[in-house]
Design a protein around this ligand. Structure first.
Ligand code: SF4
Length: 222
């Protein structure tokens, strides 16, 4: 600690403190998920599979897609899916066009359970609501940057975010509060509407992805 500025040298970098904050939020999420899962006689991984199936597909996901989506091994995914089949929450169906491939879908009971599981992280909403709309948008922007960086390094399951979507046209209306364009719905939208998980997402081809990203960050929130 220096006499002139007692904070310099003792607080650590802002990046490190942001990381510490994220770890604390992560602990809260994990502990809440365990409490909720126990109350419903599920493990957190079982809950995550139900939530992913609810979010990702009406036609079902393959075992490898579930494993990728959760960043867990194929063996763990297979074991967990078998337990969910026994509980009557999911079913395995052979693809009509290729009988060797089986997809996993939610049963009617599984859909109801998945709806409940989807509400597990809602406890965070009250905390997020303490941020002003402008702070929330900046926070969302920062999260998108972080998630993309982790995705690029293979350290997080791939999210279907606007910034990696082939329909995303960043900053085509620079003077507007809705500067971006979604070519899928053919409508403009703003930073506050950027999605982290969109059912209509299709990945950008690699050569376009980098260009789109540079365009997005060059004019985005600082
Ligand atoms: S399709 Fe979805 S992910 Fe793609 S740009 Fe439009 S809103 Fe974003």
């Amino acid at each position: 600690m220096t006499k002139d500025d007692p904070f310099e040298g003792t607080s650590g970098s802002v990046a490190r403190r942001v990381m510490t904050g994220l770890v604390k939020v992560g602990i809260a999420i994990k502990s809440h998920a365990w409490q909720e899962a126990e109350g419903r006689n599920l493990t957190p991984t079982q809950g995550q599979i139900l939530a992913l199936l609810r979010l990702r597909s009406s036609t079902g996901l393959r075992l490898s897609e579930l494993a990728d989506g959760l960043a867990v091994s194929l063996a763990t995914t297979s074991e967990t899916v078998d337990t969910l089949v026994q509980k009557g929450f999911v079913q395995k169906t052979r693809l009509p066009q290729d009988g060797r491939v089986r997809t996993i879908t939610l049963t009617e009971t599984g859909k109801a359970e998945a709806d409940r599981v989807a509400g597990w992280p809602d406890f965070l909403l009250d905390a997020v609501d303490t941020l002003s709309p402008a702070e929330q948008t900046v926070f969302l922007h920062g999260l998108i940057k972080m998630i993309r960086a982790l995705q690029e390094r293979g350290q997080i399951p791939v999210s279907r975010m606007c910034v990696t979507c082939r329909f995303f046209r960043p900053h085509v209306y620079p003077e507007s509060d809705r500067p971006h364009h979604c070519a899928f719905v053919d409508l403009p939208f703003g930073d506050r509407h950027l999605r982290l998980e969109c059912p209509d997402h299709e990945p950008s081809p690699p050569e376009a992805a980098e260009r789109i990203w540079k365009q997005f960050v060059s004019l985005g929130s600082e």
